[in-house]
Structures are given as C-alpha cells and as structure tokens.
Design a protein around this ligand. Sequence first.
Ligand code: XIL
Length: 327
Amino acid sequence: PLKSLVDFPVGVAVPADPYAHSLLISSERQEVVETHFNSLTAENIMKMMFLQPEPNKFAFTHADALVEYAHQQNMIMHGHALVWHTQSPKWMNDYQGSKDDFKALLKNHISTVAGHFAGKLASWDVVNEAFLDDGTASNPTKYRETIWYNNIGPEYLEMAFRLAREADSEVDLYYNDYDLVKNVSKIDRVVKMLEDFQQRNVPIDGIGFQVHIDTDTPSIKNIKEAFTKVVKRGVKVRVSELDIAVNQSEQYSELTKEVSTLQRQRYAEVVDAYMDVVPEHLRGGITLWGITDGDSWILGLENAQIGLYYLMRSFKINLHLLAWLKG
Ligand code: XIL
C-alpha cells in the first residue's frame, strides 16, 4: 500500500456527495481508497453551500458520515474549505448588509462549522483562493474581490484564521491556493501574508498547494522553489489537490504508452521534489484530487469539453507511484 511507504499522509479527495448512493461511489473505488490512503478530503460536501444551504441552517449529515468513515478506517480527515468564493450558497452570494453584518455571517459559519468538527479533523483549508493571478490598477494588492473582501476588506483573512483557531485549538490551519508552484508573484504574495500573520501572531500552520498541473509545466525547479519559500517560514507544506493532466497540447492527443509513462514519471517527480525540499516535520502530506482520472473534475473544465483530451488516470496510477516509491 502507498500509505505504508512514506512518512507523511497520503490522501485522496472523495466524491461523496448528497446525491451519491454509496459514500465512495463504488466498491472498487472504496477498496483502492482503503488500501492505499490514510487521509481523506471531501471533494465537495464540506464547502459552504453544502454545510449551510439556508441562512443559519446547517446540514452536517453527509459530512459527518464521511468523517465517521475516515475514522473507522484509521484515516485522518482534512477539512475543505471554510471560506471560498466558489460553491457558496446563493443566499450568501446575494446577501446585502453592512460590514458588521458580513463579519457576523463569516463568524457564524466558521465558528459553527469548525466548532462542529472540533477535535475530529487533522487540518482545515481556512481560506481557499483569496489571491488573484494578477493585480489590476484598482486592486494592486491582488486580493480576489469576493463578497468577503468587498464587504469586510482584506482583514477577513485574518479574522477567518483567528475564528478557526478559537473553534478548534488543535487543528492545523492552512491557506490554500492554485498555481502557487508556477506563478511567482502569487506565491510571493501568499508568503508575504504568511510573514505578516507570523509577525502579528495570527494563527497559521501551513500553506496548501493545489498543484493542478500538466506534464509540461511548471518545471520541477519552480515547484521546489515555491515549496522552499514556505519551508523557510517554518510552516507546513501540503500538496492538497494533486492532479496531472496530459494532452493539453496536440502533441499528446492520443492515449499512447508514452503519454502514460510521461504522466507516471511526472507524479513521481512531484513526490520526489516534495520529499527533497520539505523536511519531515513540515510535511502535511500529499492528496490526489479524485480517485481516478475518470472521476476528475478536469473532465468538466472547458478545455476538456472543447475536445482536448485528458488521459484517464486509471487505478494503476497508485501502482505506478507505488513502484516508484519502492525504487
Ligand atoms: C472542484 C470539485 O472537484 C468539483 O467536483 C466541483 O464541481 C468544483 O470544485 N480547487 C478547489 C476544489 O479548491 O475545491 C475544486 O474542486 C477544484 C479546484
């Protein structure tokens, strides 16, 4: 099993959702999950729209079942995500109110949700994707203009971390974002926020790197440099949503053995880079985003739909990784 080969949590995002008939969709998948992984993330059901579908009406049944399942299996559970601009309920997106009203809204969600799961999770993505890829003239700080930013200001980030810590004193608190391994300006802005938090004693335990990449970019050098910037601040690095798409270019438009090998090598290189630059005590773990390529959210993205073709990461990906780890 994958999980027995390394000394950091090896995780997978599971599609359990209110519409699924079984927790992990099929017994075949369930077996892969139980054999190879020791950490779970809910791919969707712990996001705001699922946990607070109506104002102040919280719905924990499905998430509780998943957390319970994880614990039965001796797996740790990662919470994703307390605050995100996507997959928040419509009523929240449409909410009108003063700055204080929005602060109360944020506080109610975080305190209730983090309080509900207190003691049961290893970690939380406290805020997801708060930075833009680039700044604009009117927004040089390059924070994403979400309902929280627009109504509270950038201090909503700090507020979220403090509230999460108040609700759960032990859980690791992460800031999570995409493209941090390839957008230098973005990782630098995240590290700046991290330094600022550390100076002012705002609780934060690590940075989550989504790492939705392809076989060509970014370079392993770029990936290592990004991880290193966080390691230097003495907090944890999690690869929170790893997937490696292929066939983003015509070059790989067929499912050849070479393409499959390329993808396999790339997974190995990313794990290698992680182990190389992140010291053991700062390894929050690596989580794959989806059990197989066939389940992957990438298939729903525009590129996939306009005919570009993504390789199915078969169940064998686990075995590829396994073979590599065994050396
Ligand atoms: C995706 C899920 O995989 C999809 O099922 C859902 O429709 C949309 O969200 N970054 C994140 C994840 O932080 O929550 C996203 O998950 C993928 C990108």
